[in-house]
Ligand binder design. Structure first.
Ligand SMILES: Cc1ncc(COP(=O)(O)O)c(C=O)c1O
Length: 407
């Protein structure tokens, strides 16, 4: 069970399952256990997107954006409220990777600069480290894990010196329920005055995130996963004191102002990391998704998701031939497992035939961790608060059925 310090007893109040399921038409189509992939948006989110598209069709995209300008601003405000930051520290991008890379590539690395990261790093982040290391002579170092699989904060502390330019860590990996100790990492980086970039793509929307408690300087997330927003949405938090010092890797007439022929000025706020064109409909949908989560309460969501996942792990562990693969002392809503004698792809295919949607995590997405554990792939189930007991049971029975049919 999670040792999440920020979930209080009152958060453990139950979510009104009937209400959230009624808001989620996809719940009726089958068993959906892929919120770590791309979740089911609730009805108000779908309405926000579709209504705006209709408005664009009636009065044109520019006027439609003007009419919904206030709602668009609320997207920034609500994201800031969710993160305990300020609206001017938020940029809206079209994915978590876009948000993360806008921040990462804004840092200037010199030969010998050290980038410290975690073993469970997401492939796209690591590819960026490799590219920057090759271009600049910076070096990538992976902080060792503890026995239970999370990043060792003691090891990190011992590695910090004046050559460390950045600590960049994935909070929750794509391939398992581990929650890295971001708060402790932030404490250590803040004390050392080292920049801390958190990939919160898999934690945003399922784990309480508070940028002050986490001690992060930059944080990236997306909308389509646990926040249940539309695809093509992401966001970046950049601490105000840092923002002014960061020059985005790409700029346009939204992020900067062309003051005179030979001079431009960057925007002062985090929107310097954005570009002018965007899907306003999707941004409004993201805003609605964040509001939906805030109305339920992030602590309540975390408690519900953690409990569902823990229950699923318990049930799966009881099936002959199944090994639950989640690492970490603190675990969240991602449940990873393997089935003896069956490649993960085959398990997922069998489950799909039984009406259960989930995904496979392949080694190439989290290469360091998967090679370390000698896992070619894992089956990944990610129950959200809208999943009920019967959903979990269907998954478990289907996996057990697989074992019975081919022995
Ligand atoms: C940990 C992690 N970081 C980043 C990403 C990338 O997110 P996006 O597709 O929004 O760029 C993912 C996607 O699965 C992820 O799991």
């Amino acid at each position: 069970m999670s040792d999440a310090g920020s979930v209080t007893e009152s958060d453990r109040a139950r979510i009104d399952l009937a209400a959230v399921r009624a808001d989620t038409p996809g719940c009726l189509q089958g068993v959906f256990l892929d919120s770590a992939g791309s979740s089911l948006p609730p009805r108000p989110v779908v309405d926000a997107v579709v209504d705006h598209l209709r408005l664009e069709a009636e009065i044109g995209g520019y006027r439609a954006a003007e009419e919904n300008a206030e709602a668009l601003e609320r997207t920034y405000q609500d994201l800031a409220a969710m993160l305990n930051g300020a609206a001017d520290e938020i940029a809206l991008l079209d994915s978590s990777t876009r948000a993360w890379t806008q921040a990462f590539y804004a840092l200037d690395f010199r030969p010998g600069d050290r980038i410290l990261t975690s073993r469970v790093e997401y492939a796209s982040n690591y590819l960026a480290y490799l590219q920057v290391a090759q271009r600049t002579g910076a070096v990538i170092e992976v902080v060792p894990d503890t026995e239970t699989g999370e990043l060792s904060v003691t090891a990190l502390e011992a590695m910090l010196d004046e050559r460390v330019r950045l600590v960049a860590v994935t909070h929750v990996p794509m391939n398992g329920g581990l929650v890295n100790p971001a708060e402790e990492i932030g404490r250590v980086t803040s004390a050392a005055g080292v920049l801390f970039l958190l990939d919160a793509c898999q934690s945003a929307g399922q784990v309480v995130l508070d940028v002050d408690r986490l001690g992060v300087d930059m944080l990236a997330g997306n909308g389509r996963k646990w926040l249940r927003g539309p695809r093509g949405t992401g966001f970046l938090f950049v601490r105000r004191s840092l923002c002014e010092r960061l020059h985005p890797p790409m700029i346009d007439l939204h992020s900067a102002r062309w003051v005179e022929p030979g001079r431009y000025e960057l925007r002062a706020d985090a929107r310097r990391f954005e570009m002018w064109e965007s899907s306003v409909a999707c941004r409004l949908g993201l805003g609605r998704a964040v509001r939906y989560a805030l109305d339920l309460g992030m602590g309540t969501i975390e408690a519900a998701v953690t409990a569902r996942a823990e229950e699923l792990r318990h049930k799966l562990a009881g099936v002959d031939g199944v090994t639950v693969r989640d690492l970490g002392r603190r675990r969240c809503g991602i449940v990873s497992f393997t089935v003896d004698g069956y490649p993960a792809e085959e398990v997922a295919e069998h489950l799909a035939q039984d009406g259960v949607t989930l995904t496979v995590g392949r080694a190439s997405s989290t290469l360091l961790d998967m090679s370390h554990r000698k896992l070619p792939s894992i089956v990944r189930a990610s129950p959200h608060y809208f999943n009920d007991e019967a959903d979990l049971q269907r998954l478990v029975e289907s996996v057990a059925g697989l074992r019975r049919t081919r022995r």
